[in-house]
Design a protein around this ligand. Sequence first.
Ligand code: URP
Ligand code: ZN
Ligand code: ZN
Length: 472
Amino acid sequence: MSIQFDTIIKGGTVVTAGDQMRCDVGIKDGRIAMLGHNLGHAQTVIDAKDKLVLPGGIDSHVHISQPSGEGIVMADDFESATRSAALGGTTTVMPFVLQEKGRPLRETVNDYHALAQGQCFIDTSFHLIVSEPNESVLGQELPSLVEDGYTSFKVFMTYEGLALNDREIIDVLDTARGCGALVMVHCENYDAIRYMTEKLEREGRTAPRYHATSRPKVAEREATHRAIAHAELVDVPIMIVHVSNRDAMEQIRWAQQRGLKILGETCTQYLVLTEDDLGGLNMEGAKYVCSPPPRDRDSQEACWEGLQRGVFSVFSSDHCPFRYDDPQGKLAPKGRTSFRWVPNGIPGVGARLNILFSEGVMKGRITLEQFVALTATNHARIYGLYPRKGSIGIGADADIAIWDPNISYTLTHDLIQDGSDYTPYEGFELTGRPILTMSRGKVIMRDGELVGDKGHGVYLPRARSPYASTVR
Ligand code: URP
Ligand code: ZN
Ligand code: ZN
């Protein structure tokens, strides 16, 4: 008796983090029901001949609708960010809930749910940013939120109003150890950056390019080492996010070689941009202001090496979009007085996969299996969404991107369709792109056109990370 499927994806090469196989994919009720040949009948058959059938991307580091300082507005809400993600072959995003000081964290979590409710084209799940680790947050709020599926926190070692001191970081790590959460750490030395910023401003060096000068590699390397030391002390795994250069990458490799459970992430900007991009005329450089800043060619090589050798297990966008030509964005009046006030962050959720595929897979730097691991499977495994998400396996959600590896094209902002008015990757000549995105069995992008429904995306409470829960 042949099973009746809702959809069969036929004739493609299915790729997972471990294998490639020529087979058809049978989909029923939004899940992958069968892999094989001659699967029988389906209401819809999608021809994937000469195409790659990959798990939909998971981007575990994005910022959406996050408050960004007085007079500054993030360019994406949940509708526009998830639209852009879907167009780029991504089927799950993990944005951050930023704790507001003096307010119950649970209330802020509920606010973000309200912002996302009914707006998303793809599935979402929240991390928590801990900005005020007081007794009730550490003792009650975080453990209770972890129970409810918010199983990862981010802490900052820099940024005015967000930086935690060493004791606070250690306390958050200790709480995470107790309740099985995974902590993501932004590693830059706040005081070193303040010293550099004040010095540059005194010297009148205030253009966007000095953003990079103010945040040197050594400030990232030192903070990376310190975060690793804190994790070793507390005996808890951590994820070092958005690693930008060789020194920081080598700190992580050193820790891993010592047997410490230190995970690493790098992002698109560190592979293909450099600090020279911040040096554009007038305020053009503001388009590339993000932290840590893009560095130099050797840093790019080191980030590729980290991806190739498994020092980094995830590749994310750190999508943090502001419009450029906008007084509430990169051209905010205060930002013209100093790089210090230029809104910090760049868009990338829609371009992440295209760039890694073209620069990584098509240029022979990484294999297709590594691409899948780095952009989907490892995100699901590390952040507690596996095996429902992140792979093409029986019983998993049918979150799939069908790729044409042979299309060559020029990347432009109108292909990306996020809420910003530019992409830092404008004009990149790329090969290979997703031609169809499917979320839980429903086609949401076809040939670059969004065909999904706003509100289709659901919220995903997550299990504890298997990395973190083993230390309890
Ligand atoms: O510049 C960046 N990365 N902005 C987003 C906030 C962060 O640190 O991830
Ligand atoms: Zn960060
Ligand atoms: Zn970020």
